[in-house]
Design a protein around this ligand. Structure first.
Ligand code: ADP
Length: 272
């Protein structure tokens, strides 16, 4: 227990045996079976891309899938799916957007009049917004919900970890990051809340030459394997640097992606 414990676990990062974890109940019109947090150490490593592709892959496998965009200050999920406009609501709560292939999505960008306006809110407001995405959105029956977490291990990810009943997390890294440090922080945070870590998805792993087919490890190799070994985690999938993926993602057409870069990660998630 912290020396000056005030018994408010929501703002405390101590790894303490008397931590009280109170999970928020979801909307009474929602029934969500698996809630998977997708985390990263910093922005730009492809966390939103992985979140989007996991949901797309689960839909292809016949499950109902949803994305809760908890990256409130840097929301990129609506852009990846080409969604614009405002969510509807009814007497039961806010209705998520439904994409062309049937993924249900909520994001701050789908609730603001001007999606280009920056979200300059303080931490508690952002955390409260994410909680409301859970409590006030009428998700319906969902097999797999993926949460695009804010990067890092600050206040907002802490609140999300604490208040939403995550069934597991997936860590997204890139080979040029300090992989071991990032994985260690995510693993420690998850273990404080008793949340299982499913494994690591390595993005920007290699570039496959379109002419000769040779794979080049542009950002180096070995660090992800070392971290996986150190923390006894599987490497769920490796995603190459793929300009077509970036183009689809940046043009709102992520559902048209035909590759299967995350199929082994989806196999793992399905098997849990
Ligand atoms: P994060 O959510 O971690 O901030 P994003 O998923 O938004 O990162 O990705 C950042 C940018 O990198 C986006 O423009 C995306 O299209 C691009 N990108 C991500 N992964 C890849 C990849 N494997 N190949 C090419 N571009 C990628």
């Amino acid at each position: 227990m912290a020396e000056n414990c005030n018994h408010d676990c929501s703002s405390c990062k101590e790894n303490c045996s008397s931590r009280k974890i109170e999970k928020e109940p979801c909307n009474k019109h929602s029934n969500i079976k698996h809630v998977i947090g997708v985390v990263s150490g910093k922005g730009g490593v492809g966390k939103s891309l992985v979140t989007s592709l996991l949901a797309v892959e689960m839909r292809r496998r016949g499950y109902t899938a949803a994305i809760l965009d908890a990256d409130v200050t840097g929301p990129s999920i609506p852009k990846a799916f080409g969604l614009h406009g405002l969510c509807d609501g009814d007497e039961n709560g806010i209705l998520p957007f439904i994409t062309k292939s049937g993924t249900r999505i909520i994001s701050v960008n789908l609730l603001l009049e001007n999606e280009k306006a920056p979200v300059v809110w303080r931490g508690p407001i952002i955390s409260g917004t994410v909680k409301q995405f859970w409590t006030d959105v009428v998700w319906g029956d969902v097999d797999y919900m993926f949460i695009d977490m804010p990067p890092g291990t600050g206040d907002v990810p802490l609140t999300v970890f604490q208040s939403l009943p995550l069934t597991g997390i997936v860590i997204v890294t890139s080979p040029q990051e300090l992989v071991s440090l990032i994985v260690s922080k995510a693993v420690n945070m998850a273990s404080m809340m008793n949340i299982p870590v499913y494994g690591i998805v390595e993005n920007f792993s290699y570039f496959k030459c379109p002419d000769c087919g040779k794979e080049h490890k542009i950002f180096g190799s070995g660090a992800t394997e070392a971290a996986a070994l150190e923390f006894d985690l599987p490497i769920l999938s490796r995603i190459p640097i793929d300009p077509s993926l970036a183009e689809l993602c940046d043009n709102g057409k992520i559902e048209d992606y035909e590759g299967d870069v995350l199929s082994s990660a989806a196999d793992y998630i399905e098997s849990v």
